[in-house]
Write a protein that binds this ligand. Structure first.
Ligand code: CIR
Length: 259
């Protein structure tokens, strides 16, 4: 069960963030509206949402998932791999202190972004991508082990983050796109395979018995509903233009983590 979720409003210079998507410039007002829709969807799933003010120093700071890894026992402050995002992680610490007494930090040459972390039960898959290096994976694994979790690394070759291409939907099922559809690591799970022309829709948020999914991907929607999942749909077009999926926009704190 997830009770508390943290989000950060998009900054006015949101369009100056990093993107590889060739979908045009995002509209700030529309992004704000979609962000509000995302918050409403979380509330519909029973969450209490802490909404942080926009941080104009960091155009990508609305993608708050990347700056911490949160579990029911501890929060781990990451070290973003993208140069323009370094420092964002410091701005989440005070907020996480309201929910956690155990806060851990990655150090030194470690790079790691939360989008690369996929949790399935007590195991954490750590994507090694352009944003997360081997030292980041090593340090995170050591911290997670200390709290009784296991972890293993998964190479991410073609996409931004691990969770851009694979998420856990619950009920022993993953939703996967692209390079993860045939990856042996995920063969032990039931898999909903997303078509290449709907690859963006692999990234959904599992939330208290629901899956929050992006609007406009009819084949994925049908496959997810047919597999028995209850869905809540949100408009994400402006975030998609900035390579941001649904998970990127929140830190979802598992229950029993509060002091
Ligand atoms: C970036 O490239 O860092 C942002 N424009 C998008 C970050 C998306 N975050 C995520 O997948 N967790």
């Amino acid at each position: 069960m997830i009770k508390n979720v943290i989000v950060r409003k998009p900054s006015k210079n949101f369009a100056d963030g990093i993107t590889t998507a060739d979908l045009g410039k995002p509209d700030y007002e529309k992004a704000l509206e979609q962000h509000e829709g995302y918050i409403e969807a979380l509330k519909e799933c029973g969450c209490s949402v802490t909404v942080l003010e926009a941080d104009e120093r960091y155009p990508d700071s609305t993608f708050v998932e990347d700056v911490a890894v949160v579990t029911e026992k501890c929060a781990i402050i990451t070290r973003p791999g993208a140069a323009s995002r370094k420092g964002e992680e410091k701005e989440i610490i005070d907020t996480l202190k309201k929910f956690y007494s155990n806060i851990e930090y990655l150090e030194g040459s470690a790079c790691l972004e939360g989008g690369d972390i996929l949790r399935i039960d007590k195991h954490f898959y750590i994507g090694q991508s352009k944003r997360t290096n081997a030292e980041g994976a090593r340090q995170l694994t050591a911290i997670l082990n200390k709290y009784g979790y296991t972890a293993s690394a998964v190479p991410v070759k073609q996409i931004l983050h691990l969770k851009t291409g694979v998420i856990y939907a619950g009920n022993n099922t993953v939703i996967a796109a692209g390079e993860f559809k045939d990856n042996d690591v995920f063969k032990k799970f039931k898999m909903i395979k997303v078509d290449d022309d709907e690859a963006y829709s692999a990234n959904c948020v599992k939330m208290n018995g629901h899956l929050i999914i992006p609007k406009g991907f009819s084949k994925s929607k049908k496959a997810i509903v047919d597999a028995g999942f209850k869905i809540v749909e949100v408009e994400m077009s402006e975030f998609e233009k900035m390579d941001g999926g649904l998970t990127c926009l929140s830190l979802r704190i598992p229950e029993d983590s509060s002091k």
